[in-house]
Design a protein around this ligand. Sequence first.
Ligand SMILES: [Cu+2]
Length: 298
Amino acid sequence: MTKADVRNLIIIWVASFALAALAGWGFLMWAPATNPVVPTAETPTTHWVTAPASTTAEQVRRNTAWTITVIFPFLFGPLITLGYVIWRFTKPKNPVPDRVEENVPLEVFWTLVPAVILVAMAVPSYQVIQYMDRTPEWSDDDPHYVVDVVGRQFDWFYSFPKYGVEMVDDGTGDNPLVLPVNRVILMNGRSTDVNHAWWVPAFGIKFDVIPGRINPAWFRPTREGFFKGQCAELCGALHALMFIHVKVVPEAEFFEWIIEQGGEIPPEEQEFVERLLGEGREIPVRQDQEEVALAGSD
Ligand SMILES: [Cu+2]
Protein backbone atom coordinates (compact mmCIF):
# COMPACT_ATOMS: atom_id res chain seq x y z
CA MET A 1 0.00 0.00 0.00
CA THR A 2 1.50 3.28 -1.15
CA LYS A 3 0.91 6.88 -0.09
CA ALA A 4 -1.20 7.26 -3.24
CA ASP A 5 -3.49 4.41 -2.08
CA VAL A 6 -4.02 6.08 1.29
CA ARG A 7 -4.84 9.33 -0.49
CA ASN A 8 -7.28 7.55 -2.81
CA LEU A 9 -9.05 5.84 0.09
CA ILE A 10 -9.42 9.17 1.88
CA ILE A 11 -10.88 10.65 -1.31
CA ILE A 12 -13.30 7.70 -1.58
CA TRP A 13 -14.60 8.26 1.94
CA VAL A 14 -14.91 12.01 1.60
CA ALA A 15 -16.78 11.43 -1.67
CA SER A 16 -19.05 8.93 0.11
CA PHE A 17 -20.05 11.54 2.67
CA ALA A 18 -20.66 14.06 -0.11
CA LEU A 19 -22.77 11.54 -2.07
CA ALA A 20 -24.80 10.77 1.07
CA ALA A 21 -25.45 14.45 1.71
CA LEU A 22 -26.61 14.71 -1.89
CA ALA A 23 -28.91 11.71 -1.38
CA GLY A 24 -30.44 13.27 1.75
CA TRP A 25 -30.95 16.59 0.02
CA GLY A 26 -32.30 14.83 -3.07
CA PHE A 27 -34.83 12.99 -0.92
CA LEU A 28 -36.09 16.27 0.55
CA MET A 29 -36.37 17.86 -2.90
CA TRP A 30 -37.67 14.88 -4.85
CA ALA A 31 -40.19 13.36 -2.49
CA PRO A 32 -42.78 16.17 -2.48
CA ALA A 33 -42.69 16.25 -6.27
CA THR A 34 -43.83 12.64 -6.54
CA ASN A 35 -47.35 13.51 -5.44
CA PRO A 36 -49.94 16.11 -6.36
CA VAL A 37 -49.45 19.26 -4.30
CA VAL A 38 -53.10 19.27 -3.31
CA PRO A 39 -54.55 15.77 -3.13
CA THR A 40 -58.16 15.62 -4.27
CA ALA A 41 -60.93 13.08 -3.88
CA GLU A 42 -59.94 11.74 -7.31
CA THR A 43 -56.21 11.57 -6.58
CA PRO A 44 -55.74 10.78 -2.91
CA THR A 45 -52.70 8.78 -1.95
CA THR A 46 -51.21 6.52 0.67
CA HIS A 47 -47.73 6.80 -0.87
CA TRP A 48 -45.12 6.78 1.91
CA VAL A 49 -43.30 9.78 0.49
CA THR A 50 -46.44 11.84 0.07
CA ALA A 51 -45.70 15.55 0.55
CA PRO A 52 -45.99 16.41 4.27
CA ALA A 53 -49.31 17.95 5.29
CA SER A 54 -48.74 18.53 8.99
CA THR A 55 -46.02 19.99 11.19
CA THR A 56 -45.31 16.47 12.48
CA ALA A 57 -44.90 15.08 8.96
CA GLU A 58 -42.50 17.90 8.09
CA GLN A 59 -40.32 16.97 11.06
CA VAL A 60 -40.46 13.28 10.18
CA ARG A 61 -39.45 14.17 6.62
CA ARG A 62 -36.46 16.25 7.75
CA ASN A 63 -35.40 13.55 10.18
CA THR A 64 -35.53 10.94 7.40
CA ALA A 65 -33.35 13.11 5.17
CA TRP A 66 -30.87 13.62 7.99
CA THR A 67 -30.75 9.87 8.73
CA ILE A 68 -30.08 9.14 5.04
CA THR A 69 -27.28 11.70 5.09
CA VAL A 70 -25.48 10.13 8.04
CA ILE A 71 -25.93 6.44 7.21
CA PHE A 72 -25.40 6.40 3.44
CA PRO A 73 -21.61 7.00 3.72
CA PHE A 74 -21.50 3.52 5.24
CA LEU A 75 -23.26 2.15 2.19
CA PHE A 76 -21.22 4.01 -0.44
CA GLY A 77 -17.88 3.95 1.43
CA PRO A 78 -17.39 0.17 1.80
CA LEU A 79 -18.81 -0.54 -1.67
CA ILE A 80 -16.44 1.86 -3.44
CA THR A 81 -13.52 0.81 -1.21
CA LEU A 82 -14.18 -2.83 -2.09
CA GLY A 83 -14.23 -1.98 -5.78
CA TYR A 84 -11.01 -0.02 -5.46
CA VAL A 85 -9.23 -2.80 -3.57
CA ILE A 86 -10.33 -5.44 -6.08
CA TRP A 87 -9.06 -3.27 -8.92
CA ARG A 88 -5.84 -2.10 -7.25
CA PHE A 89 -4.52 -5.16 -5.45
CA THR A 90 -4.91 -7.93 -8.00
CA LYS A 91 -1.96 -10.32 -8.36
CA PRO A 92 -0.55 -8.79 -11.57
CA LYS A 93 -0.67 -5.29 -10.08
CA ASN A 94 0.48 -6.21 -6.59
CA PRO A 95 2.47 -9.49 -6.66
CA VAL A 96 3.97 -9.12 -3.18
CA PRO A 97 1.24 -8.22 -0.68
CA ASP A 98 1.96 -6.17 2.46
CA ARG A 99 1.96 -8.02 5.76
CA VAL A 100 0.40 -5.31 7.90
CA GLU A 101 -1.23 -6.30 11.16
CA GLU A 102 -3.21 -4.07 13.49
CA ASN A 103 -3.35 -0.34 13.49
CA VAL A 104 -4.54 1.06 16.79
CA PRO A 105 -5.28 4.65 15.70
CA LEU A 106 -7.27 3.34 12.72
CA GLU A 107 -9.30 0.97 14.89
CA VAL A 108 -10.06 3.68 17.42
CA PHE A 109 -11.10 5.92 14.54
CA TRP A 110 -13.53 3.48 12.95
CA THR A 111 -15.06 2.61 16.30
CA LEU A 112 -15.57 6.24 17.29
CA VAL A 113 -17.02 7.47 14.01
CA PRO A 114 -20.04 5.09 14.00
CA ALA A 115 -20.59 5.83 17.71
CA VAL A 116 -20.72 9.55 17.01
CA ILE A 117 -23.04 8.92 14.04
CA LEU A 118 -25.41 6.91 16.27
CA VAL A 119 -25.64 9.81 18.70
CA ALA A 120 -26.15 12.22 15.79
CA MET A 121 -29.13 10.10 14.72
CA ALA A 122 -30.56 9.45 18.17
CA VAL A 123 -30.76 13.06 19.38
CA PRO A 124 -32.92 14.52 16.57
CA SER A 125 -35.05 11.34 16.40
CA TYR A 126 -35.77 11.58 20.09
CA GLN A 127 -36.74 15.23 19.64
CA VAL A 128 -39.27 14.28 16.96
CA ILE A 129 -40.72 11.57 19.21
CA GLN A 130 -41.08 14.10 22.04
CA TYR A 131 -42.74 16.56 19.66
CA MET A 132 -45.30 13.93 18.61
CA ASP A 133 -45.87 12.91 22.20
CA ARG A 134 -46.78 16.29 23.66
CA THR A 135 -49.88 18.17 22.65
CA PRO A 136 -49.17 21.90 22.43
CA GLU A 137 -50.50 24.02 25.28
CA TRP A 138 -54.11 25.15 25.04
CA SER A 139 -54.53 28.80 24.18
CA ASP A 140 -57.41 31.04 23.15
CA ASP A 141 -55.62 32.23 20.01
CA ASP A 142 -54.89 28.68 18.97
CA PRO A 143 -58.04 26.59 19.46
CA HIS A 144 -57.75 22.83 19.68
CA TYR A 145 -60.31 20.53 18.14
CA VAL A 146 -60.97 17.25 19.88
CA VAL A 147 -62.07 14.30 17.79
CA ASP A 148 -62.97 10.92 19.21
CA VAL A 149 -62.12 8.16 16.79
CA VAL A 150 -63.40 4.64 17.18
CA GLY A 151 -62.03 1.80 15.08
CA ARG A 152 -64.61 -0.85 14.33
CA GLN A 153 -64.68 -3.91 12.13
CA PHE A 154 -64.69 -2.42 9.46
CA ASP A 155 -65.21 1.32 9.48
CA TRP A 156 -64.24 4.47 11.38
CA PHE A 157 -66.64 6.18 13.73
CA TYR A 158 -65.84 9.81 14.57
CA SER A 159 -67.39 12.24 16.97
CA PHE A 160 -66.82 15.85 17.96
CA PRO A 161 -68.11 15.69 21.54
CA LYS A 162 -68.12 19.48 21.90
CA TYR A 163 -70.46 19.97 18.93
CA GLY A 164 -72.48 16.78 19.24
CA VAL A 165 -71.48 15.60 15.78
CA GLU A 166 -71.15 11.92 14.97
CA MET A 167 -70.24 10.41 11.64
CA VAL A 168 -68.93 7.25 9.98
CA ASP A 169 -66.28 6.91 7.29
CA ASP A 170 -67.12 3.53 5.77
CA GLY A 171 -63.90 3.38 3.77
CA THR A 172 -65.38 4.39 0.42
CA GLY A 173 -64.44 8.06 0.72
CA ASP A 174 -68.03 9.29 0.31
CA ASN A 175 -68.11 10.68 3.83
CA PRO A 176 -64.66 12.00 4.78
CA LEU A 177 -63.71 13.38 8.16
CA VAL A 178 -63.46 17.18 7.84
CA LEU A 179 -60.81 19.09 9.79
CA PRO A 180 -59.73 22.76 9.92
CA VAL A 181 -56.33 23.70 8.50
CA ASN A 182 -53.55 25.08 10.74
CA ARG A 183 -55.30 24.06 13.96
CA VAL A 184 -54.25 21.53 16.54
CA ILE A 185 -56.29 18.35 16.23
CA LEU A 186 -56.38 16.15 19.30
CA MET A 187 -57.59 12.63 18.61
CA ASN A 188 -58.70 10.17 21.24
CA GLY A 189 -58.62 6.70 19.76
CA ARG A 190 -60.64 3.76 20.95
CA SER A 191 -61.77 0.43 19.60
CA THR A 192 -64.89 -1.59 20.22
CA ASP A 193 -63.65 -4.95 18.97
CA VAL A 194 -60.04 -5.68 17.97
CA ASN A 195 -56.83 -3.68 17.52
CA HIS A 196 -56.85 -1.14 14.69
CA ALA A 197 -54.46 1.68 13.87
CA TRP A 198 -55.29 5.12 12.53
CA TRP A 199 -52.66 5.94 9.93
CA VAL A 200 -52.50 8.88 7.53
CA PRO A 201 -49.00 9.14 6.01
CA ALA A 202 -49.38 12.76 4.91
CA PHE A 203 -49.89 13.76 8.56
CA GLY A 204 -46.98 11.65 9.81
CA ILE A 205 -49.41 10.03 12.25
CA LYS A 206 -50.00 6.38 13.05
CA PHE A 207 -51.45 5.34 16.37
CA ASP A 208 -53.06 2.15 17.62
CA VAL A 209 -56.67 2.12 18.70
CA ILE A 210 -57.12 -0.69 21.17
CA PRO A 211 -60.09 -2.06 23.11
CA GLY A 212 -60.11 -1.07 26.77
CA ARG A 213 -58.06 2.10 26.59
CA ILE A 214 -57.98 5.58 25.10
CA ASN A 215 -54.94 6.37 22.98
CA PRO A 216 -54.36 10.05 22.27
CA ALA A 217 -52.51 11.56 19.33
CA TRP A 218 -52.26 15.04 17.92
CA PHE A 219 -51.23 16.83 14.73
CA ARG A 220 -51.57 20.20 13.04
CA PRO A 221 -52.58 19.99 9.35
CA THR A 222 -50.71 22.58 7.31
CA ARG A 223 -52.26 22.08 3.89
CA GLU A 224 -55.79 21.95 2.54
CA GLY A 225 -56.66 18.86 0.56
CA PHE A 226 -58.05 15.36 0.58
CA PHE A 227 -55.84 12.92 2.41
CA LYS A 228 -56.07 9.18 2.45
CA GLY A 229 -54.91 6.70 5.03
CA GLN A 230 -55.61 3.17 6.06
CA CYS A 231 -56.07 0.96 9.08
CA ALA A 232 -52.55 -0.27 9.85
CA GLU A 233 -53.29 -3.17 12.17
CA LEU A 234 -54.39 -6.48 10.71
CA CYS A 235 -57.92 -6.51 12.08
CA GLY A 236 -59.88 -9.09 10.14
CA ALA A 237 -61.38 -10.01 6.81
CA LEU A 238 -62.04 -6.49 5.51
CA HIS A 239 -58.96 -4.87 7.02
CA ALA A 240 -57.69 -3.98 3.55
CA LEU A 241 -60.81 -1.90 2.86
CA MET A 242 -60.64 0.08 6.10
CA PHE A 243 -59.50 3.27 4.40
CA ILE A 244 -59.37 6.64 6.10
CA HIS A 245 -60.42 9.83 4.34
CA VAL A 246 -59.69 13.28 5.70
CA LYS A 247 -60.62 16.54 4.08
CA VAL A 248 -58.68 19.55 5.39
CA VAL A 249 -60.50 22.86 4.82
CA PRO A 250 -60.41 26.48 6.09
CA GLU A 251 -61.82 26.91 9.58
CA ALA A 252 -65.00 28.65 8.36
CA GLU A 253 -65.74 25.77 6.00
CA PHE A 254 -65.14 23.37 8.88
CA PHE A 255 -67.87 25.05 10.96
CA GLU A 256 -70.23 25.07 7.96
CA TRP A 257 -69.70 21.31 7.83
CA ILE A 258 -70.24 20.93 11.60
CA ILE A 259 -73.58 22.77 11.29
CA GLU A 260 -74.52 20.77 8.20
CA GLN A 261 -73.93 17.58 10.21
CA GLY A 262 -76.48 18.78 12.77
CA GLY A 263 -73.86 20.06 15.19
CA GLU A 264 -74.49 22.77 17.79
CA ILE A 265 -72.03 25.42 18.87
CA PRO A 266 -71.47 25.84 22.63
CA PRO A 267 -72.40 29.36 23.87
CA GLU A 268 -68.80 30.28 24.70
CA GLU A 269 -67.83 29.77 21.05
CA GLN A 270 -70.86 31.48 19.51
CA GLU A 271 -69.13 34.82 18.96
CA PHE A 272 -66.05 33.20 17.48
CA VAL A 273 -68.07 31.17 14.98
CA GLU A 274 -70.31 34.15 14.10
CA ARG A 275 -67.21 36.16 13.28
CA LEU A 276 -65.89 33.30 11.14
CA LEU A 277 -69.08 32.70 9.16
CA GLY A 278 -70.01 36.34 8.74
CA GLU A 279 -72.90 38.57 9.83
CA GLY A 280 -76.45 37.36 9.59
CA ARG A 281 -75.60 33.68 9.55
CA GLU A 282 -77.96 31.64 11.73
CA ILE A 283 -75.90 29.58 14.16
CA PRO A 284 -77.40 26.73 16.16
CA VAL A 285 -76.28 27.27 19.74
CA ARG A 286 -76.44 24.50 22.27
CA GLN A 287 -78.80 25.33 25.10
CA ASP A 288 -78.19 22.66 27.69
CA GLN A 289 -74.79 22.00 29.17
CA GLU A 290 -75.19 18.26 29.38
CA GLU A 291 -72.08 16.20 28.99
CA VAL A 292 -72.05 14.43 25.68
CA ALA A 293 -71.68 10.74 26.35
CA LEU A 294 -68.93 8.81 24.61
CA ALA A 295 -70.64 7.31 21.62
CA GLY A 296 -69.88 4.76 18.99
CA SER A 297 -69.94 1.63 21.08
CA ASP A 298 -73.26 0.38 19.79
CU1 LIG B 1 -58.81 -2.12 11.26
